[in-house]
Design a protein around this ligand. Structure first.
Ligand SMILES: *[C@@H]1O[C@H](CO)[C@@H](O)[C@H](O)[C@H]1NC(C)=O
Ligand SMILES: *[C@@H]1O[C@H](CO)[C@@H](O)[C@H](O)[C@H]1NC(C)=O
Ligand SMILES: [Zn+2]
Length: 495
C-alpha cells in the first residue's frame, strides 16, 4: 500500500513536470515535418475568394467562415458561431454579415487565457491588376508563397491554429488556455464587431487575460513586436453648386466652380513641408521624448532602400528617427480622391456641379477624433466663407478611429522578446504601424485587456497590393514563434 502510494506520487509528479516543461524541440520537429500540410492548408484557404468588399463574393466569404469553423471543431475546440447582424447595401437591400467564429481550447482557471484575433476576409484581387500569378492559386516562387490573403491574414491565422494543433498532436498540455476570435469583415471596417465585443465583454471575454493580434508585418528582416498603430479620421468635404453639370464652353465664367472651391480649401490642409495647417489639430500630439527616440534609433531601417522602394527622388526627412516618427507617431493629412470630378481619358470640358473630396488625418496619442472633427469642420468652413462663394460646403467625418499604443515594458512584451529570442536567436525590433488597425483600440477600450501585436509577415509582403505573399520561412518559423509565445505567456505571474 505504502509502496503503491509513493510510486503513484512519483508518476503524478513526473506527469505534472512533463506538462509544464516545454518540449520545444519535439514541437519544432513536428512543425518541420508537417510544413507541406501547412502550405497545403494555406493553398486551400487562399483558393477561397473571401473578398469582403465585393457583395457578389459573399457566398465565398461565408464558405471561408465555414471552413474555419469546421477546422476548429475538428481540433475539438469549444466552438461558437456568433451572429453580428446585417449589412445594408447602397441599393437598400439587406444581407447577413458573415458570422464571427470563436473557439476555446482549455478552461483551466490556474492558467492564463490568451485570445487570438484574426480575420480571413481579403482585399480584392484580379490577375489584370498586375499579378504575376493567379491571386487565388497559391504559388511558390523562390521560397515565397504568393496569393491574396497569404500574409493578410490567412497564414497568421493558420499558424496560430497549427501552434495549438502541434501541442495537441504531441499530447502536450497547452501552457495557457487559448481562445480564437476570427472575423470576416476586417477589410471593410469590421462591421458588427464593435457591437459583438461590447456584448461579449462579460461573456466570451470575461476569462480572457490577454489579446494577441498578428495582423501586421515586420519592418525589416528582423522579427518585430508592434506596440502602436495610428488611428484615422476620414473626411468627406462636398461642394455643391449648379443644379447640374455645366459645359465650360457655354457656361464657364458664369459661376464659381465647385471644383475651384474644393481645390482651394484642400490646399489649406497641409504645407509642402508636411506641416498640418489646420489650427489646433496638432496641439494634443504627445511630445516626442528622448526615450522614444532611443527606441527608434534601434530599428533597422535603411532610408535609401525605402526611398528606392517607394520610388521618390527625395524623402521629407533626412534621418531615420524623424522619418520613422512621421510614419508612426505624428499625424499626417492624405488626400485620397475627388468623387464627381472628371477622371476619364481625353479632354472633356465638363464643369462638375457637385464634387466630394475624400481625405484623412492619421490619429496619434493623444488626439481625439471628435475634437479633430470640429477643428477640421470649423477650419474648412472659415476658409470657404472667405471665398464668398455661392456654392454650398458640407463637411463630414465618416471614420473616427483612435490610435492604439501599448506599454513595451508590459510582461506580454517581455514574453514576446523571449519567444523571438528562442526561435530566431535575436532580439526583436520594437516597431509601430503607421496604418490603422481599429480593432486593437476597441479591444482595449471595451474589454480593458492587455494587447500585443505579434506579427509574422515580412516587411515586403505587399499586403493589399498585387503579388501579396508570405515566405515559407516566415510562415513556418512564425508557427514556432506562436508555439514559443504560448509557453512564455504561461510564465507571466498571475495577479
Ligand atoms: C494553380 O497553378 C498551378 C501551377 O501553375 C496549376 O498547375 C494548377 O492547375 C492551378 N490550379 C488552379 C485551381 O487553377
Ligand atoms: C510638450 O512639452 C511642452 C514643454 O515641456 C509642454 O508645454 C506641453 O504641454 C507638452 N505637450 C503635451 C501634449 O504634452
Ligand atoms: Zn489584415
Amino acid at each position: 500500500m505504502m509502496e503503491c502510494v509513493s510510486v503513484c506520487v512519483v508518476v503524478l509528479m513526473m506527469s505534472a513536470a512533463r506538462g509544464h516543461s516545454l518540449r520545444f524541440n519535439d514541437l519544432t520537429d513536428y512543425v518541420n515535418k508537417h510544413q507541406e500540410e501547412y502550405v497545403q492548408a494555406l493553398r486551400d484557404w487562399v483558393s477561397i475568394e473571401s473578398d469582403s468588399s465585393d457583395v457578389t463574393k459573399r457566398a465565398e466569404l461565408q464558405r471561408m467562415m465555414g471552413v474555419v469553423e469546421e477546422k476548429l471543431r475538428e481540433m475539438k475546440g469549444n466552438v461558437d458561431v456568433m451572429d453580428v447582424g446585417t449589412q445594408t447595401l447602397e441599393d437598400g437591400s439587406i444581407i447577413p454579415l458573415p458570422k464571427v467564429v470563436t473557439a476555446a481550447f482549455g478552461e483551466d482557471e490556474n492558467k492564463h487565457t490568451v485570445c487570438v484575433y484574426g480575420h480571413v476576409d481579403v482585399q480584392p484581387a484580379r490577375r489584370e491588376d498586375g499579378w504575376a500569378t493567379d491571386p487565388y492559386n497559391l504559388t511558390e516562387i523562390n521560397g515565397n508563397l504568393y496569393g491574396r490573403g497569404a500574409s493578410d491574414n490567412k497564414a497568421p491565422v493558420l499558424a496560430w491554429i497549427h501552434a495549438v494543433e502541434a501541442y495537441k498532436a504531441l499530447d502536450m498540455e497547452l501552457p495557457v488556455n487559448v481562445k480564437f476570435l476570427i472575423e470576416g469583415m476586417e477589410e471593410t471596417g469590421s462591421n458588427g464587431l464593435d457591437v459583438l465585443v461590447a456584448a461579449q465583454r462579460d461573456a466570451f471575454f470575461s476569462d480572457v487575460d490577454y489579446i494577441v493580434i498578428s495582423d501586421c508585418g515586420w519592418q525589416s528582416a528582423r522579427p518585430a513586436l508592434t506596440y502602436g498603430t495610428r488611428g484615422n479620421a476620414y473626411f468627406y468635404a462636398q461642394v455643391e453648386g449648379p443644379k447640374q453639370d455645366l459645359h465650360s464652353g457655354v457656361d464657364g465664367g458664369a459661376v464659381i466652380e465647385p471644383m475651384t472651391d474644393l481645390i482651394a480649401i484642400l490646399d489649406t490642409l497641409i504645407s509642402a513641408s508636411g506641416e498640418i495647417l489646420i489650427p489646433g489639430v496638432t496641439d494634443a500630439v504627445a511630445n516626442f521624448t528622448e526615450e522614444e527616440r532611443k527606441i527608434y534609433e534601434e530599428v533597422d531601417f535603411d532610408m535609401e532602400t525605402y526611398r528606392r522602394t517607394i520610388g521618390v527622388e527625395r524623402l521629407m526627412y533626412d534621418n531615420k528617427v524623424d522619418l520613422l516618427a512621421h510614419l508612426w507617431r505624428f499625424p499626417t493629412v492624405s488626400i485620397h480622391g475627388i468623387e464627381g470630378a472628371f477622371s476619364g481619358h481625353g479632354t472633356k470640358t465638363v464643369i462638375p456641379a457637385k464634387v466630394t473630396a475624400k481625405f484623412s488625418i492619421r490619429q496619434v496619442p493623444n488626439m481625439e477624433p471628435a475634437v479633430v472633427e470640429k477643428q477640421v469642420t470649423d477650419h474648412l468652413h472659415a476658409v470657404f466663407e472667405q471665398r464668398k462663394s455661392p456654392n454650398k460646403l458640407k463637411v463630414k467625418m465618416v471614420i473616427g478611429a483612435k490610435p492604439w499604443l501599448a506599454d513595451i515594458k508590459h510582461a506580454l512584451y517581455e514574453a514576446g522578446k523571449r519567444a523571438v529570442k528562442r526561435v530566431f536567436g535575436v532580439e526583436p525590433e520594437l516597431i509601430r504601424e503607421g496604418g490603422t488597425i481599429p480593432i486593437a483600440r476597441t479591444f482595449q477600450d471595451v474589454t480593458e485587456k492587455d494587447i500585443i501585436m505579434l506579427p509574422i509577415g515580412g516587411f515586403d509582403d505587399g499586403l493589399h497590393s498585387q503579388n501579396e505573399k508570405i515566405s515559407r520561412y516566415n510562415y513556418i518559423e512564425g508557427t514556432k514563434l506562436f508555439i514559443a509565445y504560448l509557453h512564455e505567456v504561461s510564465h507571466i505571474k498571475k495577479d
